[in-house]
Design a protein around this ligand. Structure first.
Ligand SMILES: [Zn+2]
Length: 190
């Protein structure tokens, strides 16, 4: 973005709010848990949005999907508590069935406008051939939701007041694009 110095990393004092948009319970802990902790430790408000509740995240077919989802949500809430995160939104789409669509984009726009992040953390959608399809979809749709949709008022006028997120930090990419002392992030887009 012209005229603005990009954030130096999670210790940047200009960051007051961040939003993690992911596919499944455990994605945040795998891919950006340390970054979240670095921010919440200095008082940044971090919110989580989960597109699914990981209802197929079990190899035991005796467990129902509803039961697995409840368990995964409780695990995510416990992890959020440990990381100092108070607001979680479970959108409860079926696991492994996410597709790029305007409905999901609107839901992400609503969450972005409600939480007003300075930084959006989500998946790098530009990856190799083997990738969880939900991760690819969430990365693409979350970035599209932030720019231009959440920013521009004629998009989804009933989904809250416009908000422009300053940056996205994309994780799980093939080539980490940002390295800072004490922090290894990933591809950044502004
Ligand atoms: Zn996942």
């Amino acid at each position: 973005m012209a005229g603005r110095k990009i954030f130096t990393g999670p210790d940047d004092r200009r960051i007051k709010r961040a939003l993690c948009v992911v596919a499944h319970p455990d994605d945040i802990e795998f891919y950006c848990g340390g970054t979240v902790l670095k921010m919440t430790a200095r008082g940044v408000i971090v919110d989580f949005v989960l597109a699914t509740s990981g209802d197929k995240g079990a190899r035991d077919v005796a467990k129902s999907r509803a039961k697995v989802a409840r368990l995964r949500e409780r695990e995510q809430e416990a992890a959020a508590y440990v990381m100092g995160v108070k607001r979680l939104a479970f959108l409860r789409h079926p696991d492994a069935e996410l597709i790029e669509g305007l409905e999901l984009r609107e839901e992400f726009v609503r969450e972005i406008r409600a939480t007003k992040p300075d930084v959006l953390l989500t998946f790098d959608p530009n990856v190799g051939y083997r990738y969880h399809p939900d991760h690819r979809v969430v990365g693409r749709v979350a970035l599209d939701a932030a720019w231009p949709c959440a920013r521009d008022p004629l998009n989804y006028p009933k989904a809250g007041a416009p908000h422009e997120t300053k940056e996205a930090w994309c994780f799980a990419g093939q080539q980490p694009g940002v390295t800072a002392p004490g922090w290894k992030g990933s591809t950044r887009s502004t």
